[in-house]
Design a protein around this ligand. Structure first.
Ligand SMILES: [Zn+2]
Length: 138
């Protein structure tokens, strides 16, 4: 009888753990014990991972490196209102203004995104686009 009760308790514990784990991903569990500074760096890390994946998947065509975060978090003109995507380099290629974060990045010399746009002749601006520049869907 005692073995049965112990087994039952263990089962309830395990079920409870699995139930909790279902709602709290490992990332969320980690956040619980962190202060706000640690949380910020944890979330920034996750954000960068997600953006890197979006670049890999071909959904993030940003003109600066590291890529902008603005287009990742909000729908805007530069991602055609689809958060998680970015099309700033197509805007640059058409001679239009990139998103404000990219525009600032340009001035700081952070040019060079997923398209591999070279700025060797104009290191502080992304506006130099080589003739060979092409991008599907642009
Ligand atoms: Zn951008």
């Amino acid at each position: 009888m005692r073995g049965f009760v112990n087994g039952l308790l263990l089962g309830i514990l395990l079920a409870g753990f699995l139930f909790l784990f279902n709602f709290l991903s490992i990332a969320k569990i980690r956040l619980i014990w962190q202060n706000s500074t640690a949380r910020l760096s944890e979330l920034t890390g996750l954000q960068n991972l997600a953006i890197a994946q979006a670049v890999k998947d071909g959904n993030y065509h940003c003109c600066i490196n590291p890529p902008c975060t603005m287009c990742f978090w909000q729908g805007n003109k530069w991602n055609y209102n689809t958060p998680g995507t970015c099309d700033c380099d197509a805007f640059i290629a058409r001679g239009e203004e990139a998103c404000p974060q990219c525009a600032r990045g340009e001035k700081e010399g952070k040019c060079g995104g997923s398209s591999g746009v070279s700025t060797s002749s104009s290191p502080t601006s992304c506006l130099f686009v080589p003739q060979s520049f092409t991008r599907s869907g642009a």
